[in-house]
Design a protein around this ligand. Structure first.
Ligand SMILES: Cc1cc2nc3c(=O)[nH]c(=O)nc-3n(C[C@H](O)[C@H](O)[C@H](O)COP(=O)(O)OP(=O)(O)OC[C@H]3O[C@@H](n4cnc5c(N)ncnc54)[C@H](O)[C@@H]3O)c2cc1C
Length: 458
C-alpha cells in the first residue's frame, strides 16, 4: 500500500472496458473538475479517478486497487474539510455520479445512493412533506455526513442522521457487498453509524423519514456589540428547549460581503406552525435584531438558507470541540476571538445537542456524543491563497484560547488535517476499542485509511 502511481495505460483500459461510469487519468476531459473537493486548500492529484455509476463499478474499482496495490480514497459529497475524499497518486473512488433516490411515502423510508447531497435528497422527500435529519447546508454529501454522525436542523426531534439510518449497502475491502442493518451484520451496522469510511464504501443508504413540510425557521442577527448578550440569551433559551426546536448561535459576517460583523441565533421548529410561532417568539423578541428572517417556510428552503456562505472552492481550516459548559468566560473568548478574525468569510458557531440525540446511549452507535451540551466550531474561511498563513493561524490561536473550556469529545466530521494529539480517539471515546476490533475484522490491512483513521491492530 502507499505505492506511487505505476499502473500502465493498458491495465487502465481493462478497468474501463466493463466500467459503466468513467475512468479518468490526469489530462483526460473532466479530470480537473473531478479531482476538486469543496475545500479549495486541498489540491491533490489522484493517479486515477473511478467515477462510479453503480455498485458494480465500486466492486471493480476496489478489486483493481487490490490487484495493483494502490492507495484508495473514497469521495461522497467531497465536503470533508480535511480533504480525506481524495489522494495524491492513488485511486479516488468517486461516487458523485451515483444520484439514485427512491422515496417510499407509504413506509416513510428513502434509499439514496452515495453521491447524493442534501439538496437532492430534500428535493425528493419534500414532494411528500417528509424529511430526516441532514446537514445544516444543502451541498454537503449525505455519505460522509451520515457515516460520521450527522447533525442538523431536525436533530432535537429526530436525532442524528445515524439515528435514522435503517440500512446501508457496504462494499468491503475485499470487494464483497454486504447489507448492514439491525438484522444483517449488526456489528457492521453499529460501526458505520459514526465510524466514517473505515469499514467500506457505502453504495447506498436507507433512512427513516418523518412528516416535515413547513417548519418555523430562519435566523435573527444582532450587531456584534451585543454578541455577549445574545450568547447569554442563547444559553438561557437552550436550557429549556423543546425537542421540536434545534438552535444554533454564534458570530459571523453579513452575507452581503460588506464585512459587517454580526451575532446570530438560527432556529428550526419542526412541529405544528402554531406551536412553532410560540416557541421561537423569545428569540424574535430578544434585544433589537438588525435582521429577523424567522417564519414559516418549507424545510427544503431552510436547508439552503446558509448555502451562499459556504461557496465551493473557498479555502477552509476548521477547528471544533465539544464544550464542557457554555460559561461566561467561554462566551467572552468566542467574541474576543471573533473580533481578531482576518477574513470576512469566517465565523464561530455553537451547536446545541439535546432532545432525541441525547436519548440514545453513548455506546448504542459508534457516534458517542450523547450528552446535552454545546459543540463549538471555529470556521476559518477565506478566498485568497496569499492569506493562507494568517487565516490558518487565526483558527489555531482561537482554538488554543478555547482549550480551558473544552470537553474531551470531538466531532469526527469536523476534524482537520492539522490536528495534534489523538483526535480520532477523542472522537470515539468509549467506542474506540470496539471500533478497532471491528476494523480488525472488516479491514485488517487498513485498505480504507484516507479517513479519520481507526488503525487496525491485527
Ligand atoms: C460547508 C460545510 C458544512 C457542513 N455542515 C455540516 C452539518 O450541518 N452537519 C454535520 O454533521 N456535518 C457538517 N459538515 C461536516 C461534514 O459532515 C463532513 O465534511 C462530511 O465528511 C461530509 O461528507 P461528504 O460526503 O460531503 O464528504 P467527503 O469529503 O466526500 O467524504 C468525507 C469522508 O467520508 C468518506 N466517505 C465519503 N463517502 C463515502 C462512502 N460513500 N462510503 C464510505 N466512505 C465515504 C470519505 O472517504 C472521507 O473520509 C459540514 C462541512 C462543510 C464543509
Amino acid at each position: 500500500m502507499g505505492k506511487q502511481w505505476t499502473v500502465d495505460g493498458a491495465r487502465v483500459d481493462e478497468l474501463r472496458a466493463a466500467f459503466s461510469g468513467q475512468v479518468l487519468r490526469p489530462g483526460d476531459d473532466g479530470y480537473e473538475d473531478a479531482r476538486r473537493v469543496h475545500n479549495g486548500l486541498i489540491d491533490k492529484r489522484p493517479g486515477l479517478i473511478a467515477r462510479c455509476a453503480g455498485l458494480g463499478d465500486i466492486v471493480d474499482a476496489i478489486r483493481f486497487a487490490r490487484t495493483h496495490d494502490l492507495e484508495v480514497a473514497v469521495r461522497g459529497g467531497g465536503h470533508n474539510v480535511a480533504g480525506r475524499a481524495t489522494i495524491d497518486d492513488g485511486l479516488m473512488i468517486d461516487l458523485a455520479p451515483m444520484k439514485g433516490i427512491y422515496v417510499d411515502p407509504a413506509r416513510r423510508t428513502i434509499r439514496a445512493q452515495g453521491g447524493v447531497n442534501w439538496r437532492e435528497f430534500n428535493r425528493e422527500t419534500q414532494v411528500y412533506d417528509l424529511a430526516t435529519t441532514g446537514g445544516v447546508i444543502s451541498t454537503t454529501g449525505i455519505a460522509g455526513l451520515t457515516l460520521g454522525g450527522g447533525l442538523g436542523w431536525l436533530m432535537g426531534k429526530y436525532g442524528m442522521a445515524v439515528d435514522n439510518l435503517l440500512s446501508a449497502e457496504i462494499v468491503t475491502a475485499d470487494g464483497e457487498s454486504l447489507t448492514a442493518s439491525a438484522e444483517e451484520n449488526p456489528d457492521l451496522f453499529w460501526a458505520i453509524r459514526g465510524g466514517g469510511g473505515n469499514f467500506g464504501v457505502a453504495a447506498s443508504f436507507e433512512y427513516r423519514l418523518h412528516p416535515v413540510g413547513q417548519v418555523t425557521g430562519g435566523l435573527v442577527a444582532h450587531p456584534v456589540a451585543s454578541a455577549k448578550d445574545v450568547l447569554h440569551f442563547y444559553r438561557e433559551f437552550t436550557a429549556s428547549l423543546p425537542d421540536e426546536v434545534t438552535a444554533f448561535a454564534g458570530v459571523t459576517h453579513a452575507p452581503d460581503g460588506s464585512g459587517l460583523k454580526l451575532a446570530f441565533i438560527a432556529v428550526c421548529h419542526c412541529g405544528p406552525l402554531e406551536s412553532g410561532a410560540a416557541a421561537v417568539e423569545p428569540v424574535k423578541k430578544f434585544g433589537s435584531p438588525v435582521m429577523d428572517v424567522i417564519g414559516p417556510m418549507p424545510y427544503g428552503q431552510l436547508n439552503v438558507m446558509l448555502d451562499a456562505g459556504f461557496p465551493k472552492g473557498a479555502l477552509n481550516n476548521w477547528k471544533a470541540n465539544f464544550l464542557s459548559e457554555l460559561s461566561d468566560e467561554v462566551i467572552d473568548a468566542i467574541v474576543e476571538g471573533f473580533l481578531a478574525v482576518p477574513s470576512t468569510m469566517s465565523a464561530l458557531m455553537l451547536e446545541y445537542f439535546h432532545g432525541a440525540v441525547t436519548r440514545v446511549g453513548a455506546t448504542e452507535t459508534a457516534f458517542p456524543h450523547r450528552d446535552r451540551g454545546y459543540n463549538l466550531a471555529i470556521i476559518s474561511q477565506w478566498s485568497e491563497p496569499r492569506d493562507n498563513a494568517r487565516n490558518i493561524a487565526w483558527a489555531k490561536d482561537t482554538f488554543a484560547a478555547m482549550k480551558p473550556f473544552v470537553a474531551a469529545g470531538r466531532y469526527v466530521n469536523y476534524l482537520g488535517d492539522d490536528e495534534v494529539g489523538d483526535p480520532v480517539r477523542a472522537a470515539y471515546g468509549p467506542n474506540y476499542d470496539r471500533l478497532v476490533n471491528l476494523k480488525n475484522q472488516y479491514d485488517p490491512t487498513n485498505f480504507f485509511h484516507m479517513n479519520q483513521n481507526i488503525r487496525p491492530t491485527a
